[in-house]
Design a protein around this ligand. Structure first.
Ligand code: CAA
Length: 418
C-alpha cells in the first residue's frame, strides 16, 4: 500500500547557538587526571568543553540562542505560534523550560508551548512536531521556534567527564525555509528500551554505561539508516547525500557513526575514511570546542557545517542522524536552500566561540562543587556581565528568577566569566 507524501516545503529558516564563555582545555583536564592528553584530543577528538556557571542554565542558554537568531536573521517573534524546547537537563519537575523562554522572549500568548524530553532525541522530537505542524496546515501561516538546550554533566574523575559541555541551539521552522528544507515523512527510525545512559530525578550528573552506550548508538544508526534506505528505494532515489551530520557526544563518535553507515552501504575502509574527511569534517568543528550539548549536538553540527560551507552546499542534499539514549533515533535528509550561504554569513554562527575564558581545573572544580550546594538565593540588585540573560537565583518560595538585558543593549555589568 502506498501513502501520499507531504508536498510542503518546510524546514530550518534560521539557526543560532549559545554556549557559556567559560571552558576547560582538555589537555589541562588530562594532566589533572593523569591521563595522556592524546587520549582525549585524539582518542575522543575533543579540544575544549564549555562550562556553565551557577547563573547559567538551560533557560538562559535557550534565550540567548533565540535572541541572537531574532536579531541576526530578521525574525518576527509576533509570527511564532509554537515554542518547544528539547531538554534533558530540566530545572523543574513540572514547569517547562519553554514557559520561561516564552516569557523572557515575550512571545505571543496564542502559542503552543511545551518541553520535549527523550534524552538527546528531545530536540528532534520537537523539530519533527514543528515541521509536521506547519506541513499539516495547522500553523495557519505562523512559524515555530524550536530550541535544544542542555548542560552535560558527569561525575568529576569519571570516564564521561571529558565529554561534558553546555549550550543551546535555536531554530526557526517555517515554510519555504531560507537554510534547510527537511524531507518530512521520509525518516528512518529506531527505538528500544535500553539502559545506556540515565539520570535519576535526584541527580545533577548523568550515569552512563559508556561502552554499551556507544554500541546502542551504532545499532540504532544501522537500523534507522536501513529503514531510510528502504524508503529511498521504494519512493525513488533522490540526489546522493553530499554531507552527513550526526549526534556528536564527542567528535570521535561521529567518525564511528560514519564508518558504521559506510559498512551498511558496503564501502571499503579506505573509501569510508576518505568520505568521512570530505563529508563530515566541517560539521565537527564547533563540537570540538564546546563538547556534548545533548539535545542540541546534532543541530550544532548542522550550524558548524552551514557556517563553514553553506554557500558551496546550496541545492545539495545532506543526511542528519539524531540519537537519544534510552533509546530513540532518526535518520533523515534535507536540502540546503538557495541563498543559505548569504544568510549563514549574517548569522555569524561562530560568534559564541570568540572571546572565551579558560578556567583552571581548580576553578572548574569549584564551580561543580558549588552546584552541589543548590541554587543561589535571588538578590534584588544582582547584576552579571558576559551574558544577556542570567539566572539570578530562587526566591523565598523557590521560584526561579531571571534577568535579561534589553534587546540590543550591552551585556550586564559586574562579573568576569571565571
Ligand atoms: N592516544 C590516542 N588514543 C587513545 C589513547 C592514547 N594515549 N588512549 C586511548 N585512546 C583511544 C582508545 O583507543 C579509544 O579509541 P576507540 O574508541 O577508537 O577505540 C578512545 O581513546 C577512548 O578510550 P577508551 O576506549 O579507553 O574509552 P573510555 O573508557 O575512556 O570511555 C567513553 C570513552 C565510553 C566514550 C566515555 O567517555 C563515556 O562514557 N562518555 C559518555 C557517554 C557517551 O558519550 N556515549 C556516547 C554514545 S551515547 C550518546 O550519544 C548519548 C549522549 O549524548 C550521552
Amino acid at each position: 500500500m502506498t501513502f501520499p507524501e507531504t508536498k510542503s516545503l518546510v524546514g530550518i529558516d534560521a539557526i543560532s547557538f549559545a554556549t557559556p564563555r567559560a571552558y576547560v582545555d582538555l589537555v589541562d583536564l588530562a594532566t589533572a587526571r593523569g591521563v595522556p592528553p592524546e587520549k582525549l584530543t585524539q582518542g575522543l577528538g575533543a579540544l575544549r568543553m564549555s562550562i556553565a556557571d551557577r547563573h547559567e542554565d538551560p533557560v538562559t542558554l535557550a534565550v540567548d540562542a533565540a535572541s541572537a537568531m531574532f536579531d541576526r536573521a530578521d525574525v518576527d517573534p509576533s509570527q511564532i505560534g509554537f515554542c518547544a524546547v528539547g531538554t534533558e537537563s530540566g530545572i523543574d519537575h513540572s514547569k517547562p523550560v519553554a514557559s520561561y523562554v516564552h516569557g523572557l522572549l515575550e512571545l505571543p500568548s496564542r502559542c503552543r508551548v511545551y518541553d520535549a524530553k527523550h534524552a538527546c532525541f528531545g530536540g528532534t522530537a520537537a523539530l519533527m512536531a514543528a515541521c509536521e505542524w506547519i506541513a499539516s496546515g495547522a500553523a495557519r501561516g505562523r512559524t515555530a521556534l524550536v530550541i535544544c538546550s542542555d548542560i552535560a554533566r558527569y561525575e568529576i574523575g569519571s570516564k564521561g567527564e571529558p565529554t561534558q559541555g553546555a549550550g543551546a541551539v535555536a531554530m526557526l521552522i517555517a515554510e519555504r525555509p531560507r537554510l534547510l528544507e527537511i524531507e518530512v515523512g521520509r525518516s528512518g527510525g529506531h527505538a528500544a528500551d535500553v539502559h545506556d545512559f540515565w539520570r535519576p530525578l535526584h541527580r545533577r550528573d548523568a550515569l552512563v554505561d559508556g561502552k554499551f552506550s556507544v554500541s546502542c548508538y551504532l545499532d540504532a544508526l544501522s537500523s534507522a539508516f536501513e529503514e531510510w534506505s528502504t524508503l529511498e528505494r521504494e519512493r525513488g532515489r533522490g540526489e546522493a547525500l553530499v554531507r552527513c551530520a550526526y549526534h556528536v557526544p564527542y567528535v570521535k563518535m561521529a567518525k564511528k557513526a560514519d564508518a558504521r553507515r559506510a559498512l551498511v552501504e558496503g564501502l571499503t575502509v579506505e573509501a569510508a575514511e576518505e568520505r568521512f574527511r570530505r563529508e563530515v569534517g566541517s560539521s565537527l568543528v564547533f563540537a570540538g570546542e564546546v563538547g556534548n550539548i545533548y539535545t542540541g549536538s546534532l543541530y550544532m553540527a548542522v550550524a558548524s557545517m552551514l557556517h563553514h560551507e553553506a554557500r558551496d552546499l546550496e541545492g545539495r542534499r545532506v543526511g542528519l542522524f539524531s540519537y537519544g539514549s534510552g533509546c530513540a533515533a532518526e535518520f533523515f535528509a534535507a536540502t540546503v536552500a538557495a541563498g543559505a550561504g548569504r544568510l549563514a554569513r549574517r548569522l555569524e554562527l561562530d560568534r559564541p566561540l570568540r572571546d572565551r575564558v579558560r578556567l583552571s581545573i581548580s576553578e572548574y572544580e569549584s564551580i561543580r562543587r558549588a552546584e552541589g550546594e543548590g541554587d543561589p538565593v535571588a538578590q534584588e540588585s544582582h547584576t552579571v556581565a558576559g551574558a544577556s540573560t542570567v539566572f539570578v537565583g530562587v526566591d523565598a518560595v523557590e521560584r526561579r528568577v531571571y534577568q535579561r538585558a534589553a534587546r540590543g543593549s550591552s551585556p550586564l555589568e559586574g562579573r568576569s566569566a571565571a
